[in-house]
Design a protein around this ligand. Structure first.
Ligand SMILES: Nc1nc2c(c(=O)[nH]1)N[C@H]1C(S)=C(S)[C@@H](COP(=O)(O)O)O[C@H]1N2
Ligand SMILES: [Mo]
Length: 384
């Protein structure tokens, strides 16, 4: 038994002895930490925006302008998250010799510090891995991704703040350490390593940003979605078939109804809708998964429909689709959005009737709004 323990200790010593690369230095770790701090802050802030746009508390009225705000914040969240992966891998490689540090805990405070690092590393890996798999449409887990990703972000960012405060004294010294204090060969190796990491991170961004920034769409070879592949040049998340609507959409008895807190209930056929004043708006679909694409949408203004029905100016609308189940079959529209002249119930995309997969006969399209709330196959508006 004691022989085995001794052999184990000897093995650890020999492994630790191999961490001779100068790149396992605290200075490299601190510099990567600075970049990670910036990118996690960006991801946390843009992630909160996305969460509260989708689940606003009653008092929170998101503005409908600027039109492209959500497109930009969610693009930053997803593309920035992908670009963070090389940074995190480099950081973990730089510090992993600490795993073999013995004794495991030198003191109670050292034990707490190590536990905190464990939480930080675990939560970071969880966020990046589940985020990456989610935008790749690999749903390999039994839990709800949005809820898990949201709650883990507090854990991660909380642990990050404590970690940074804790390490601040050291970090400050390492990042701004005068060049001369470091041997020239070590400084050159460090710069080469950091240069490689930054290049990998930049390339990741460059090869994915085309899924939201059209001029670079041909470069978006790493993006899971090409923004121009799909019926009518726009990608589709939920097809009509997947929503179980193939037969329903052929029903000539289709009506759009407006009910609830209104003076006059409305019930309109597809032909009625076509005869109402039509408006064309140029707006993006901005999916939470980071892709977005601009199209011309033609249809009736939601606010015209509301004045026809006689809804109160601060009414809350629930837009319902023909879809029977699924998390995105309805969405809520508050007054900043429904009173905006750019918000329409669209019959057409880029000059032709909506394809079934894009929400035929009628879909909602509004400015500065996550794609999941741009309800397709709309059949009812409930006013409250
Ligand atoms: N009824 C309904 N509407 C929906 C969805 C859905 O599953 N059901 N998916 C949403 C999501 S996640 C996105 S990104 C957009 C995509 O619109 P598109 O298929 O026209 O590109 O539709 C939204 N509207
Ligand atoms: Mo989406």
């Amino acid at each position: 038994m004691t022989r085995r323990v001794a052999a184990g200790a000897e093995f650890l010593r020999s492994v630790t002895g191999r961490f001779s690369s100068r790149l396992h230095s605290e200075r490299v770790a601190a510099q990567l930490g600075l970049w990670l701090g910036i990118s996690f802050t960006l991801a946390f802030a843009t992630g909160l925006i996305s969460h509260f746009m989708q689940h606003p508390p009653a008092w929170l009225l998101w503005p409908s302008r600027p039109v492209n705000l959500y497109r930009i914040t969610q693009g930053l969240h997803v593309i920035g998250g992908l670009a963070t992966i090389p940074l995190l891998l480099a950081k973990l490689w730089t510090v992993y010799p600490k795993l073999w540090q013995r004794p495991l805990f030198r003191s109670p405070s050292h034990a707490v510090e190590r536990a905190l690092v464990l939480v930080l590393v675990g939560a970071s890996l969880f966020q990046l891995v589940t985020g990456l798999l989610n935008i790749s449409y690999a749903y390999l887990w039994p839990f709800s991704f949005p809820a898990a990703h949201y709650w883990t972000s507090y854990l991660l960012y909380g642990a990050l703040i404590i970690h940074v405060v804790n390490e601040w004294a050291k970090i400050r010294g390492r990042i701004w350490m005068r060049e001369e204090a470091e041997p020239p060969a070590a400084a050159a190796a460090r710069r080469r390593f950091l240069g490689t990491v930054v290049t990998a991170s930049g390339l990741t961004a460059l090869l994915t940003v085309g899924e939201t920034y059209a001029p670079l769409s041909r470069l978006a070879v790493l993006a899971p979605r090409n923004p121009h592949i799909g019926p009518q040049g726009v990608p589709v998340n939920k097809t009509a078939a997947a929503a179980g609507l193939t037969a329903t959409l052929r029903d000539p008895g289709y009506r759009l109804t407006v009910t609830g807190a209104v003076h006059t209930d409305l019930s309109l056929t597809y032909t009625d809708l076509q005869r109402l004043p039509q408006h064309t708006v140029r707006l993006p679909i901005s999916c939470v998964e980071g892709w977005s694409v601009v199209a011309d949408w033609t249809g009736i203004r939601l606010r015209d429909l509301m004045s026809r029905a006689g809804a109160a100016s601060d009414a809350v609308l629930t837009v319902e689709s023909l879809q029977m189940g699924g998390g995105y079959r309805t969405s809520e529209v508050r007054w900043p959005h429904w009173r905006d002249p750019l918000t329409v119930l669209a019959l057409q995309i880029n000059g032709s009737p909506l394809a079934p997969d894009h929400g035929y006969p009628l879909r909602l399209i509004a400015p500065n709004r996550p794609g999941v709330l741009q309800t397709k196959w709309v059949t009812r508006v409930i006013v409250s």
